[in-house]
Design a binder for this molecule. Structure first.
Ligand code: PMV
Length: 339
């Protein structure tokens, strides 16, 4: 069978109401909803090509080839991608191995949510390359099986992840809330380290759920935050949305900090950047931070104030560099290059 390759693009997303906890089982189902903003500048471009004759002695996943930022991927990444491609192969009734070539616009090791854009781009490129044409909600549910946050990067702008109730996970997918051009905001990213994160999100979530005495309280707080965030987005009310975002991030980290052994993603620079944001607010600038499973600080503000916010963060001790990102579109197939 001849299958055409497909190239897809997806932006990463930053959660304003955090996802931190799974429902259990093998389908990577979230324990609660979440809400995020998809970004334009931090993205992944992935090409998938299925081909080669099936071999009786080796599974297709054992023969997949994964090239990440110009280099052969390590075995752990290759296995994770191979397991995801198996889901696509099963759906498309394919047995061919794949070649996956993927480029991130920021270094993967910096831990800037590359799994969100990575698995969103992979879900779209692999499903199309396998001859499938999945509707957005099914694509989102598929991307979720690669990485929970990737389900949200299928859509642009503000996006809500629905945790769903079904055992098969078909209703655990994201939905779009507000398009990327509807509200001129910026996410100013203060990069505070160039290394990989201390502990991966899956392991950290499991440890939090199993050992943090605050886990139940955290999960119970999410629905209220989602309601508040939805209302703030509908009214384009940045102070209200920002307050939810800070509260959600601090509660997520408080819950993880209380795990045993403790999960501590913050460095001195993370803390300093949080204080910079609070100082900016004291000066009347509407800026609000959020922090993911790493030491970087992401600051939501009006587009018109992004340069003031960026300068203040750049002058913060321990901040290495700044990336100013804007709301971006959902995952899409790359336009054909006509040569
Ligand atoms: O997509 P995962 O499994 O890497 O989890 C992402 C978790 C956070 O980035 C910390 C929060 C979120 O909602 O994106």
């Amino acid at each position: 069978m001849t299958l055409a390759p497909c190239t897809a693009l997806a932006g990463t997303n930053i959660a304003l109401v955090k996802y931190w906890g799974k429902r259990g089982g093998t389908l990577n189902l979230p324990a609660a909803g979440s809400l995020s903003l998809t970004l334009r500048e931090l993205d992944t471009r992935t090409t998938v090509r299925f081909g080669g004759a099936p071999e009786a002695s080796r599974s297709a996943a054992a023969r997949d080839r994964v090239v990440l930022n110009g280099q052969e991927a390590d075995e752990k990444t290759r296995r994770r991608v191979g397991a995801f491609l198996d889901l696509v192969r099963a759906r498309a009734r394919l047995d061919e191995p794949a070649e996956v070539v993927t480029e991130n616009s920021v270094p993967t090791a910096a831990g800037l949510a590359s799994s969100a854009s990575g698995f969103a781009a992979l879900a779209l490129a692999a499903s199309r390359a396998a001859g499938l044409s999945l509707p957005p909600d099914e694509l989102s549910a598929l991307a979720r099986q690669g990485s929970g946050s990737a389900a949200r990067s299928i859509f642009g702008g503000f996006v809500e992840m629905r945790p769903g109730v079904k055992e098969d996970g078909s209703d655990a997918h994201a939905i779009p809330l507000l398009s990327e051009d509807a509200w001129p905001l910026r996410m100013v990213v203060a990069v505070t380290s160039e290394g990989p994160k201390a502990i991966g999100s899956t392991e950290a979530m499991q440890r939090t759920a199993a050992t943090s005495p605050y886990y139940r309280g955290w999960i119970d707080s999410v629905d209220g935050d989602l309601r508040d965030a939805r209302a703030a987005i509908a009214e384009r009310d940045l102070p209200r949305l920002g307050a939810v975002a800070e509260r959600s991030a601090l509660r997520m980290h408080a819950c993880a900090l209380a795990a045993d052994p403790a999960i501590l993603y913050w460095s001195a620079a993370t803390m300093a950047a949080m204080h910079t944001v609070r100082d900016l607010r004291a000066r009347g600038i509407a800026a609000f931070f959020t922090i993911d499973a790493g030491p970087h600080v992401k600051v939501l503000c009006e587009a018109a104030q992004a340069s003031v916010v960026a300068s203040a963060l750049a002058a913060t001790p321990g901040v290495l560099r700044i990336i100013v990102a804007s709301p971006g579109p959902g995952a899409r197939v790359a336009p054909e290059v006509v040569g």
